[in-house]
Structures are given as C-alpha cells and as structure tokens.
Ligand binder design. Sequence first.
Ligand code: ACO
Length: 427
Amino acid sequence: MVDQVTFKAGGNDRAYNVLTGSVGPQVVDIRKFYAETGMFTFDPGFTSTASCESALTYIDGDEGVLLHRGYPIGELAEHSSFMEVSYLLLNGELPSGAELDTFKSTITRHTMLHEQLMTFYRGFRRDAHPMAIMCGVVGALSAFYHDSTDIADPTHRKISSHRLIAKMPTIAAAAYKYSIGQPFVYPDNSLSYTGNFLRMTFGVPAEKYEVNPIVEKALDRIFILHADHEQNASTSTVRLAGSSGANPFACMAAGIACLWGPAHGGANEAALNMLHEIGTPDRIPHYIERAKDKNDPFRLMGFGHRVYKNYDPRATVMQQTVRELFKELKVTDPVFEVALQLEDMALNDPYFIEKKLFPNVDFYSGVVLSAIGFPTTMFTVLFALARTVGWVAQWNEMISDPNQKIGRPRQLYTGPTQRDYVTVGKR
Ligand code: ACO
C-alpha cells in the first residue's frame, strides 16, 4: 500500500494522494493534475482510469471474481432471484421477506405502459431490429411520465427507477410481438417478473399460457447474471448522459444504444451466429486458425474480455444453466457440442493462453436463449432488460454522490493549429 505517488513535471515534484477502496487496486487521485502541471493524462478506452466511486459491484478480472454488494455472483445465481438481486443493487442490502414482497408488488404495479406509447411501435418497420425499437420506445418514456422528473428528489428517482425496471419486460416483449405481427400481450400481475415476461413474449390472447417453471428459473438466472457489471461501456454511457442532469428515461435509451454494439451486448448474437457458421466440430480448427491470424479480422465471439483475464464467472454459471435446462427439458442442440469443443480447443491453444482469452458470459448465453425459443435478434434486448437494474442503480448512486460533476473528458489535440480563413474563390 502506498499513500502518495510523485510525478516529476518540469523540474518540480508533484505528490498525489493515493485512494484506497474496500478491496481492489489503489487509485491515484489526479483531480488537481491539470491545475498543477498544465498537462492532461492520456487514457483512450479508460483502461487505467477510475471514473467514479461506487459501492455496487466489484470485479477482480485476474481471479475471475464478481461481487454485487459483496455477494458472489455464483451464490446469487444459485440461491437468489432477479427481484431480490434488483433490491440488493438498488438498496445495498438483501431484503427481509416483507421488504421483498413489498418490492415485488411495487414493481408489479408499474408493468403496464401508457396506452398512447403502444402507438409508437406502429411507426417502426416490422423488420426493424428490436434494439432499434427499444432505443426509441425507452427514450419516448421521457415524454410520458412528468410526475417524477425532479432528479434531485430521491422519491422521484425511486419512482422512475421502479417504472424503468417494471416496464422494460413489457417494452421488450412488445418489440418482439410487433416484429412477428402478433397482438401485444398485456401484463398479468399474478405472475412473477420473469414468468410475466415469458407470457407477454410467447403467449397469445387466444390461448391460456402456462409458464414452464424450469424455463422461468433458467431465464431468471440469466437476468441475475446480466444485472450489473461495474463501469462497463453502457453503464458509463448512462452515467455520462445522466451527469448533465438529463431525464433518466433518455439516459437509459443512451445505455441501450451503447449496449447494442457487437463488442458489448451484441456479442451473444454474434457468438451464436458464429457457432452456427462453424456447424460441426471438425470445422473448429479452421476457425481457431482464423481467430489467430493477424490478417483476418475474424475473432472468436464470446471470447476475451477487457476486465476478465481468467474465466468469466458468469460463463461458468451460464454453461451449467445450459446443461441443466437441456437435461430437464430433454433437449439436445449440436451447437452446444460445438461450443464445448471450441472452448476446450481454445483453452489449450498457446495463443489464447498467452493472451488470457477465456469464454465470457456471451459464449453460452445464445445457446440457452435460443433453446428457450428467443430469436437471435432478441438476445441483446434481454441483456438490456436485465442490465436496466444496474443502469438505474448506478445512475441513482451517481446523482446521490455529493462529488458528482458533469462528465467532461479532455483530449490530445492533433489537428491543425490556428490559421486564417480563405474565401472559397481563393482556395
Ligand atoms: N479472438 C481472437 N483474438 C482476440 C479476441 C478474440 N475474441 N479477443 C482479443 N483478442 C486478441 C486481440 O487481437 C489482441 O491481440 P494483440 O495483442 O496481438 O493485438 C489481444 O487479444 C487483446 O485484445 P484487445 O481487443 O486489445 O482487448 P480489449 O480488452 O480491448 O477487448 C474485447 C476486449 C472487445 C471483449 C475483445 O476480447 C473481443 O473483441 N472479444 C470478442 C467480442 C466479445 O465477445 N465481446 C463481449 C464482451 S463481454 C460483454 O460485453 C458482456
């Protein structure tokens, strides 16, 4: 442990305090660096920069550890529920039985959408990607709920948070229904959060829908695995958008836009597409060679992570979830066999060992989601649904932080220096 770090700048020594969290690397406090040295620090991609203080989620990427409010993800996935983890992330502690019941009933009471919002869907083409619809409809929530827009008021923030968590399944299911030309299914408050989502997605008004408890449990676990993940790209986007005091629904739409990219939430869709393209185990070596070839842009999707340089603990649970679901539903999928053999081959290949590339959460999530019946275009939507809890909790934490400022990174300018304007005829 060190207390201070000294920089030599222009012949002067400048000492900067080192901050210590409850666990994890120490952090050099460079807030006065520019004022004292006239220099900025340079860190594209924020690989060495802590952008905020947070008490929500801790990751040790080298050891493959992920804790929410101190609780390991494996224990939460095995024993908890998505509603309980949501309460934990929002409030800091696990709820009592009565607190959990109250929370569930509050969320349940917010599941319906303003009826006018349903007309938004009809403005989209039927073949629109559901993430495009999610961006639009979630952003549009900001035009509907005017009674809770004072972000300085904790009660307003709480109401907005509950609305977002509760309405996201309804919005996501409606995006799916619209894409397949079926009528929207309204929420049924007698069902669990996850059961309700399954019914709104796969049920039709003409028939009674029975929620399969095995599928409900597996999907609830998938939601837990995606609930929060520290200062990832979409969460940082939500924080940055929210740092200006922007409307919370608009901030979530910004998070959804960021999550959509194939290097982030879109990787589960890309990973399953890749597994289908590989098709049979005998073709795996060819794809491993392609992933290693510097002249080929192909990468093994669902492999590698900015933070995890060890097995992503969520991937462990995800692989176990596939096994359990397949066993209980008595189904098989040749793609799962391809995934297992691909993982095995990559983990024994010097390229992947040296670069510390392991399966991430997205490697197996596509296999399990498609076994449940979701089309690939819905995978990132499900991720957004679950991650909404993390975005909301992180946004709340940021607004409550007395040290919070508008986010404003600096730059290393490499463009032209000042020059005189030349009129068009003289150029
Ligand atoms: N396949 C082959 N090589 C890879 C892969 C991969 N999946 N991932 C990284 N590498 C190689 C890179 O080519 C690079 O090699 P080099 O040092 O010889 O240039 C080295 O490993 C480091 O990779 P970077 O891209 O610099 O690492 P970074 O931390 O910036 O990227 C990322 C992490 C984007 C996740 C990357 O591993 C990747 O593209 N993986 C595939 C996409 C994916 O699965 N994304 C999901 C992330 S998890 C999530 O968002 C929930």
